[in-house]
Design a protein around this ligand. Sequence first.
Ligand SMILES: Cc1cc2nc3c(=O)[nH]c(=O)nc-3n(C[C@H](O)[C@H](O)[C@H](O)COP(=O)(O)OP(=O)(O)OC[C@H]3O[C@@H](n4cnc5c(N)ncnc54)[C@H](O)[C@@H]3O)c2cc1C
Length: 380
Amino acid sequence: MWFFTEEERELKKVCSDFAQKELAPYAEEFDQKEDFNLQAFKRMGELGVLGITADPEYGGAGLGATASTIVMEEFGKACASSTLSYLAHSILCVNNIQNNASAEQKEKYLPKLITGEHIGCMGMSEPEYGSDAVGIQTKARKNGDHYLINGTKMWITNAQYSDIAYIYTRTGEERKNLSTFIVEKGTEGFSVGKPIHKMGMRASPTGELVFENAKVPMGNRVGEEGDSIYHMMKNLEIERITIAGISLGIAQACVDQCLKYSNERRQFGKSIGNYQLIQKMLAEMATETEMMRAFLYNVAKEYDQGKKGPVQAAMVKLALPKMATKIALDAIQLHGGYGYSREFPLERMMRDNKLNEIGAGTNEVMIMIIAKNLLSQQLD
Ligand SMILES: Cc1cc2nc3c(=O)[nH]c(=O)nc-3n(C[C@H](O)[C@H](O)[C@H](O)COP(=O)(O)OP(=O)(O)OC[C@H]3O[C@@H](n4cnc5c(N)ncnc54)[C@H](O)[C@@H]3O)c2cc1C
């Protein structure tokens, strides 16, 4: 993008090199095995991106949404599911601790999360509460010098590999009475439930977090009791912008693969790129990808400058994943039978991208947020 700083251009190059070397060659294998590429994740720590938004005093890079989106795009081109795990760690866990935790908590938890010695996750969703996140029922109750937490978190990215879980709980009857806790692996009464098997994002582990009278020290509450709604809503903004970056990476990877194939594949004595129906697909998918890039980085940049907020985040989250699914389906079509086969990465990219229309708030929830804001009224 023309407005990227020198630092952002350098970051893009470094992340692109890393992704092509450390992620792309293994993406297919880990998808097939439904396994987490732990080694690549640890190397992200050496690369210096696991604490992309965290303060340098804790080992972070001190950057914002634009830089984080650049990482998502470059990693997303190579392996979307490793990128989803990266997002859950760096944006859902680390960024939340950076923005909401006390200095003492940051000192205790951030350095190891940033080097990759520890892995983090964030637990908001529950079996009965997904889109209605404010309705969650996992309860935290004060009991002497600690809290007792009871409930189950569902769909948690990195659950099985996490040392640290950043979780939202209910601490009062009113809907707004939500409180956040940092829960360490090994905490009495806390366990990880069964892994969840998925159509895509298969190299990103997903599981349940189970709390049965989990004994969490008072000092692990983040912020004041009952004060977490703002934290929750605020972090969803950067989550939505950055997850759209994964869709941008997928779309660009589809375009690149289609251009190559259009020149290579010959039918009726010519490469298929000679046929206007193929040219139409190529031209449209490349144009849409450029639109996605311009829209997304404009929102990310303005978000970093404090000019854009929840509505624009919802808009990019609605637009980009939808467009990337269409592009991935067109890319499969352009490849004919080979596109449908596992010989090419396109079917994986389509399966992976579909998640981005659901996670971090569904398309329908994005529409609700945008429309409510446009109409400037609270609909019940
Ligand atoms: C692979 C994966 C990884 C995830 N990672 C995490 C994670 O790390 N942490 C975490 O907390 N969560 C995570 N999630 C959960 C994710 O955020 C939820 O799945 C998502 O918010 C949707 O919630 P739900 O699945 O309960 O669907 P529901 O809320 O039950 O929605 C079902 C359908 O109803 C629609 N709907 C709901 N309400 C309305 C309404 N008012 N108007 C119109 N339509 C509506 C939805 O759009 C959807 O189509 C993950 C999910 C997946 C699949």
